[in-house]
Design a protein around this ligand. Structure first.
Ligand code: CP
Length: 309
């Protein structure tokens, strides 16, 4: 049964959300999706609430999506980017954030390269924290918008088969998706070269498949992840060309399957590496629906956390 309040004051990871929390976020996002498709897309729900978007790492989709969600809810918004701040003068994370909070901020959306940075902040400051991606740990809003998009396409996710493909080792999207899909009763398989699959991941209750065709034959949904070269300090495979040959999803391969697989990607896409353009831009792909749903999911989370003030 869905409750009317989130069980937690922060959204630090899917690991810390209950199934009821997830269903509540989905129900709230459905209402907001209706709002953002109206001619007048703005509601006054977060008037008098100030949100700081603190991005210590690059982002396009998540950052714009949060800012749009906040503005659609009539929040006051301040944006911070580490590359143009006093972080460059060695200011600590806690000092930076405490200075921002002194300006009377109610909620913080944070992306940071260090796993656990949002959890650290939540123990030291009196504001609701939303994790917008912490290193290789979690990216909860991405997993929620992914599951919401799958549910829109396929209905109830219980028993559905989802293959997460690519660089699982360095992916926060993979971990959050695994937690989220399992809470919703879906079956999960991870697929990629052995060097990019974490040892013992099967102990999380996910299947492991090293063969791309077999994974595609098994699944209802393929969530394709990019190779995170910026997090790789050693070579995990000989070349991008060879990776594309063995793990790139292309139209010829999809056409040879005897069924239609839903294609997803959190972005940014490396066209011609993990996915070809004819797949990314095909009718099977719901990549842009994921982006649209991201705004509704983030509006829902902001709204539900503000209700706990
Ligand atoms: N999906 C995602 O997190 O994209 P950005 O890095 O552009 O925010």
């Amino acid at each position: 049964m869905t409750t009317s309040q989130l069980s937690t004051p922060h959204v630090l990871g899917i690991k810390y959300l209950t199934e009821s929390d997830i269903q509540l976020i989905f129900e709230t996002a459905e209402s907001f999706k209706e709002v953002i498709n109206r001619p007048i897309k703005k509601v006054p729900s977060l008037r008098d609430v100030t949100v700081a978007n603190l991005f210590f790492e690059y982002s396009t989709r998540t950052r714009l999506s949060f800012e749009l969600a906040e503005k659609r809810l009539s929040a006051d918004v301040v944006n911070f980017s580490a590359s143009s701040s006093s972080v460059k003068k060695w200011e600590t994370l806690l000092d930076t954030v405490n200075n921002i909070l002194s300006m009377k901020v109610d909620m913080v959306v944070m992306r940071h390269p260090a796993p656990g940075a949002p959890a650290f902040l939540s123990r030291h400051i009196d504001a609701h924290i939303i994790n917008a991606g912490d290193g290789t740990h979690e990216h909860p809003t991405q997993a929620l918008l992914d599951a919401f998009s799958m549910r829109e396409k396929l209905g109830d996710l219980a028993g559905k088969k989802v293959a997460i493909m690519g660089d699982i080792l360095h992916s926060r999207v993979a971990l959050s998706n695994i937690f989220c899909l399992q809470k919703l009763g879906a079956q999960v398989v991870v697929c990629g070269p052995p060097t990019l699959i974490p040892k013992y991941i099967d102990r999380m209750g996910v299947g492991v498949e090293y063969n791309l065709r077999r994974a595609l034959e098994w699944c209802d949904v393929a969530n394709i992840l990019r190779i995170q070269l910026e997090r790789q300090d050693i070579k995990y495979f000989p070349s991008l060309r060879e990776y594309a040959q063995f793990y790139g999803v292309n139209k010829q391969l999809l056409n040879s399957l005897k069924k239609e697989v839903v294609i997803m990607h959190p972005g940014p896409i490396n066209r011609g590496v993990e996915i070809t353009s004819d797949v990314a831009d095909s009718d099977q792909s719901i990549i842009l629906q994921q982006v649209e749903n991201g705004v509704a999911i983030r509006m829902a989370i902001l709204y539900l956390l503000a209700a706990k003030r």
